[in-house]
Write a protein of this length. Sequence first.
Lengths: 503, 115
Amino acid sequence: MRPEVILPILIPLLSGALSLLFWRSRTVQRVLGVVGTGALMIAAFVLFFRVQQEGYVVLQLGGWQAPYGISLVADLLGAIMVVLTGIIGFAVALFSLPTMGPGHEKFGYYPLMHLLLAGVAGAFLTGDIFNLYVWFEVMLLASFALLILGGERAQMEGAIKYVTLNLVSSVIFLSAVGLLYGALGTLNMAHIAERVSMVENSTLVDVLAVMFMVSFGIKAAAFPLFFWLPASYHTPPVAVSALFAGLLTKVGVYALFRVFTLIFNDSAAFTHEILLWGAALTMLTGVLGAAAQYEFRRILSFHIVSQIGYMIMGLALYTPLALIGGVFYILHHIIVKTNLFLVSGLVYRLKGSYELKKLGGVYAAWPLLGLLFLIPALSLAGIPPLSGFFAKFVLIRASIESGEVVITIIALLVGLLTLYSMTKIWAEAFWKKAPDEEEGGVAKPAALDRRQLWLMVTPIVGLAACTVFIGLNGQLFYDIASAAAAQLLDPQAYINAVMGAQP
Amino acid sequence: MEPLIAIVIGAIYASAIYMMLRRSIVKLVIGLILISNAANLLIFTTAGLTRGSPPLIPMDGSALPEVVADPLPQALVLTAIVIAFGVLSFSVVLIRRATEIMQVDDMDQMKENAK
């Protein structure tokens, strides 16, 4: 029995169920929100250190030997993702306390948040492809409900796109799982990886690979089906946006990494070439979309799309160094992106708007907040010595080494344009003089009391500290990422660990 | 039997995609319902259709008969149906709310109204 693998799933499920029991008591739900996500973070770190020692931690659910039961598998990539889930969950739970209004809390914000975290952690830890589908759906249902919490006009329009595209992607995924089972007769990912090379009809395998690519690509918001993301992420309350921005698309990216290193690694020349072009176009369209936007959270949403391109580029190049870069990029991106959304929420709370035209003067009034924005923003653009620099450096070095000139140029250009977007936010929201109400500015909202302000600032400072820490200890995180990449490039070890694990 | 069902599944997929490409939101939901049913049928069929031989060991035997239906896809389909039911009921409610708030049944007009 290895309980540490299942704890990151059980803890949020339990906290979610408990919060449902205390439906009427907002106070209990708020306490459970912080305690539950804190416990999840601790459990995730325990799992991570265990995985670092042993390589793979496998739990056969129900005592059934693989491939008959469902296996939960934690390898280094999965464990890193779960740790990030814990950190983001905890930060967002803290941030929710002062920002979530009673209207949202009464309609089940906290239970849904726990359910979402359970779905995300489950997707990172499962070793069974149908189970992965189930965790995707758990996560999606929770995210649907969170997205329309409050029920405003703009939320509805975004939600319809979000729901439709994600449903279509789930159906493609489900069809691909069905066809895969028809061809191979198994659902355990390690067992599939073992058998997939035995299939005589390699066209069928390629078709299946593309079906998985399309489905996970939609979930990861990759080109061309990314538009559900910028249409919906700026509509819900900001804590929800931050949670989505950090975790949801990364589940799609994680699934791409898992499936295209473990299962579909034979015809890399075909599949990874498509991925590479997809990555290039994702980066470009995302960053160009952001350049045209003047709403704080819409800019950030488009940047999620462009950053997804970098991660997929790491997978698509498929060299050891590129995979290290990809893992490093995910690690850095989740923290930085959530932090930027939290900063946008704080600016909104202080100045009353997300529209850059209506904002201004934040730096003059709160200079330290300006610093807190600059850390993640410059890290996103890849300025040394922050975490984004090392992530981009490794990726671009990998693409130069594999001789892909076009993607290198695109990646560098996109980095530059990212800096442009961040400068735009800086100049408009922080630096320029705040417009008066007659000039189209907005009335200043009521002043925050000290306790609320601290609750909002603490997670932002914490995540900014993480960014700086990753940047200053680049070698440590490079080593972790390279161990994770080495595991990804050695599918046989994964297969042996899962198939050999005793129940 | 399999070729016939395969054609039926293809037809359902095609009509679902046609419905989803229409502008009306109600037709979008009908498309979603159709496409998830098509996926369920697909799983059911890929494992092969075996009629009248459940995977049960007969009373007087000690092993399964030679040819039995594969029970796993049926379990998968059950799970998938339940999930699809949940998700689709959510989207029906969502679309009802959306049309109520926006007063339109057209994706393009909805975008105008949201602004």
